[in-house]
Design a protein around this ligand. Structure first.
Ligand code: ADP
Length: 341
């Protein structure tokens, strides 16, 4: 049985500016983190006067992976453990740090390893009380050229997307694996990540050519009467970057991939506009991405969006577009539900 909550949850937005990648770069940055909640960017028309934007959190090159995770992401885990859905997604132009933010490096883990580690830890602590049994399972997919591919079973190349009677988005047939330990998760995730579509473009050596979604399902079952059961989900999304093909040097397959990425990101922008204008019709069905994120934007999940930005002047136009998208996303309001039986 579903129990609707009356709470409203605004989409929370963090901005993260990566450092210059080469120490030889001495150009003036096109944007500056002013304080914990504001960022300024040059006006792309005259490159002088700057425009200031405010967000829930603004991070610069000196802010660590841990800081971003602890402040912007970790609080979402408590929603998942009490039977609600939460989504965290990284958005921004190619080469600005989305994968760095979500996955990180071996010495500097990002949101995904930290969130999985903490969820496993919290569920083990809960289970030790003997009052609850907790089961965590993962699924991992990518949307590549408008096809949903199962990264845990590459034989599944074009899975459907459906909606259940509660409005929850489902991918029937998607592989789900129970994980008991971090080491087991790491093995599965590393192997599956190698199946992701990546390629080298002029903007980034290993640019993601797909949107990826890691789903963690947490089922918490009470061991004493009244034997309640809570169903929480955490979606961790690494979006492919928007690309200006005049700069990518893309042609052939790369250009086709880029067209598909850009049109799904355009559909995402239209969904946010429709929600903000209060339209009764929201065009979620225009792309697989918007269909899958339906719950995260205007739906029943708590959502955090991390907008990644680069300081180089040649990113000015793309960074301005990303900030405009982030600015309208923070106006979206969700209505979280607690899923309980
Ligand atoms: P994207 O996924 O947006 O295409 P990446 O995550 O691949 O971009 O980042 C591009 C490059 O920038 C990588 O070499 C990455 O290690 C580096 N990078 C990104 N963000 C940071 C950061 N906050 N600190 C240090 N290096 C970063």
């Amino acid at each position: 049985m579903d129990k609707p909550d009356s709470e409203r949850s605004k989409v929370k937005v963090a901005v993260r500016q990566r450092p210059f990648l080469h120490s030889s770069e001495r150009e003036e940055p096109c944007l500056r983190i002013l304080d914990k909640q504001s960022v300024s960017i040059m006006n792309y028309r005259d490159r002088r006067e700057s425009v200031v934007y405010s967000f829930d959190w603004c991070y610069g090159p000196d802010n660590s992976q841990q800081e971003l995770y602890e402040e912007a992401v970790k609080p979402e885990l408590s929603h998942v453990l009490r039977g609600q859905n939460a989504s965290v997604f990284a958005y921004g132009p190619t080469g600005t740090g989305k994968t760095y933010t979500m996955v990180g490096t071996s010495g500097n883990p990002g949101v995904i390893p930290r969130a999985v580690g903490d969820l496993l830890h919290a569920s083990q602590a809960t289970a030790q009380t003997k009052l609850w049994a907790v089961c965590i399972s993962i699924s991992y997919l990518e949307i590549y050229q408008e096809k949903v591919r199962d990264l845990l079973d590459t034989n599944k190349q074009d899975l459907p997307i459906r909606q259940d009677r509660n409005g929850a988005i489902l991918v029937p047939g998607l592989t789900e694996r129970v994980v008991d330990s971090y080491a087991q998760f790491e093995r599965i995730f590393m192997a599956a990540s190698r199946h992701r579509m990546t390629a080298s473009t002029q903007l980034n050596h290993t640019s993601s050519r797909s949107h990826s979604l890691l789903m963690l399902r947490v089922v918490k079952t009470e061991q004493v009467t009244p034997f309640r059961r809570f169903f929480g989900k955490l979606h961790l999304v690494d979006l492919a970057g928007s690309e200006d093909n005049r700069r990518t040097g893309n042609s052939g397959v790369r250009l086709k991939e880029s067209g598909s990425i850009n049109s799904s990101l355009f559909a995402l922008s239209k969904v946010v506009d429709a929600l903000n204008q209060g339209f009764t019709f929201v065009p979620y069905r225009e792309s697989k991405l918007t269909r899958l994120l339906q719950d995260s934007l205007g739906g029943s999940a708590h959502t955090v969006m991390v907008t990644n930005l680069a300081p180089e002047q040649h990113f000015l136009f793309d960074s301005t577009s990303a900030l405009n998208f982030a600015s309208k996303s923070k106006l979206v309001v969700n209505r979280p539900l607690t899923l309980q039986s």
